[in-house]
Design a protein around this ligand. Sequence first.
Ligand code: HEM
Length: 88
Amino acid sequence: MSNSTIRYSLADVAKYNGKNGARTWIVIHDNIYDVTDYMQQHPGGPELIDDYAGKDATSGFDEFGHSSDATKMLKKYLVGELEDVSIH
Ligand code: HEM
């Protein structure tokens, strides 16, 4: 983790739920991704991602067993990291 990484709480992420013009953010392994521009191209369809809009999508992402290509694609959409929950 670098100091330049922007930290957000899960409450911040929840605002980006894709509703009413909001963008769609999801969390995978404590990293936060803005997948708004990717959802329509998702091979599994946009709905699967929308189910996790504004939430932690780690279980959904891992349960499908995405390819390493899919994991690499995520990097492009990274917007920040979850803040350290242990300090609260
Ligand atoms: C949010 C939770 C997600 C769930 C539950 C999910 C689920 C799935 C499912 C079920 C498929 C299979 C579709 C099919 O074969 O018909 C799939 C494929 C795929 N998904 Fe997702 N997905 C999620 C997020 C993402 C994200 C964020 C990315 C990349 C930015 C991604 C990239 C891909 C790719 C590239 C494939 C094609 C197969 C592969 O390369 O693994 N998915 N996904």
